[in-house]
Write a protein that binds this ligand. Structure first.
Ligand code: PHE
Length: 440
């Protein structure tokens, strides 16, 4: 069967933005920003997105568009005669499954809150509510529900499933978040949240520079969906050659913009209605967003409607990301092992049903997988893709980058390749070493 492709350039861009914009923006980003001292983290994170994230994104695009294959097949195909590069790609395929396992549990929480927002059943006791639903059989049940939605979209294929779903969901997310942000900023007391978020205070960087750098790097990769092969896979469905540099910049800008926008919803809300961060982080930072924001809705006029909009936006964002995770191993089985899309999707969903349920029953394992293990796997994965692009593809990578690129993008090609060969892998390997060191 002929390999599918996106219907248009816009379809590709929206799907990639859909993958990038997700729980990373609305849940992990405020969590990390809160943990590492607000505005200072924001600044370090934005620098890494620009200097490491965007070049990394372009490397994945180049590999994907050139090979028209899933990550494992792509690396094996572009480096004929050397088996080992295929394993680097396969590592990405495995990472995608690990990632989806915990992501789907958080997706289940969102699904749960979304449904409960219609009645407002968690409004009066948001802390206790989160305790009961976050781990255990209830969490597992909603994880399965979220996973089923994910699989249903992936079953529809590239055009009919992923592209159609992201085209419908992305504009909704932006509109909902923009309206919510406008409303949150206008709440009395929101100013304190805004200043925590925006007034630059370098003290947290001086206190813990290494920890901050590690966290910001991990978050930058996570939010741009890098190091797994998502962007390789999505670029492999590109039909014609347009400027990858342009598309990549648009994707990074939209992703960052939507992330920053989510911060304008979360921080003013937490400060205006919950009296600051310390009141809500007691149950651990990961849960803060749910407890804090959910609890705030109780005090708000039309709180249920606001809550439905809020969790609806997050649910869409989460789904447009989780489908990109499942698509990686599906593409792998379809491309390399001649499995039908249907069997691949159903079989892999069954696997994640089990691995995700394990995360749903074990909070400590969940924390480890969602934090440390993800940082390690994404960093290692992206380092592998960069070394591959810089040293194995080399000038071929530049030719692929140039194809369809305009004058400005072309002039940036050589410095891009240089950084992909040298400082970027070095930076990632150093971060990886720091991560491993702190683990031991
Ligand atoms: N970028 C997604 C988010 O921010 C997560 C993701 C990571 C998706 C890696 C695919 C691959 O939620």
């Amino acid at each position: 069967m002929a390999r599918e492709s996106w219907t248009s350039r816009l379809g590709f861009i929206l799907a990639a933005v859909g993958s990038a914009v997700g729980l990373g923006n609305v849940w992990r980003f405020p969590w990390m920003t809160a943990e590492y001292g607000g505005s200072a983290f924001l600044v370090v994170y934005l620098c890494i997105v620009l200097l490491v994230g965007v070049p990394g994104l372009l490397a994945e695009f180049v590999i994907g568009r050139r090979s028209k294959r899933n990550p494992a097949g792509a690396l094996a195909r572009l480096a004929p005669g050397t088996k080992s590069w295929g394993f680097v790609g396969l590592f990405g395929v495995v990472t995608a499954l690990v990632l989806l396992s915990f992501y789907s549990v958080v997706g289940g929480w969102i699904l749960r809150y979304f449904a409960a927002s219609f009645t407002g059943s968690y409004f009066s006791q948001s802390g206790a509510y989160f305790e009961t639903i976050s781990f255990g059989w209830q969490a597992a049940a909603f994880h399965v529900g979220f996973l089923a939605l994910t699989a249903a979209i992936v079953l529809g294929g590239i055009r009919g499933g992923i592209e159609a779903a992201t085209k419908a969901m992305m504009p909704l997310i932006v509109v909902l978040l923009a309206v919510l942000a406008g409303w949150a900023i206008s709440q009395p007391g929101a100013g304190e949240g805004l200043s925590f978020y925006l007034n630059f205070d370098p003290a947290p960087i001086e206190e813990n520079p290494v920890g901050m750098l590690r966290a910001a790097a991990g978050q930058a990769l996570f939010t741009l969906s890098l190091g797994v092969g998502t962007m390789i896979t999505y670029a492999s469905y590109l039909g014609e050659d347009n400027s990858l540099a342009f598309d990549g910049s648009v994707i990074a800008i939209l992703n960052t913009g939507i992330g920053v926008l989510a911060g304008f919803v979360v921080f003013p809300l937490l400060f205006a209605l919950q009296g600051g961060l310390t009141n809500v982080t007691a149950g651990g930072e990961a849960g803060a967003i749910f407890i804090g924001v959910a609890g705030a809705f109780q005090q708000v006029p039309f709180g249920r409607a606001v809550a439905v909009a809020f969790f609806g936006a997050i649910l869409f964002a989460a789904l447009s990301s989780s489908i990109s995770m499942l698509e990686i191993p599906v593409a792998y089985l379809v491309d390399e092992h001649d499995v039908s899309r249907r069997s691949a999707t159903v079989g892999l969903a069954a696997l994640v049903l089990v691995t995700g349920s394990i995360c749903a029953f074990d909070p400590r394992l969940f924390d480890f997988v969602a934090g440390t293990l993800m940082d390690l796997m994404l960093t290692a994965g992206l380092a592998g893709f960069l070394v591959f692009t810089g040293w194995i593809l080399g000038t071929d990578a530049l030719a692929e980058y140039d194809s369809g690129a305009g004058g400005l993008a072309r002039s940036l090609g050589a410095p891009w390749l240089w950084s992909v060969r040298t400082i970027l892998p070095f930076f990632l390997l150093a971060t990886l070493a720091l991560n491993l060191y702190s683990l031991l």
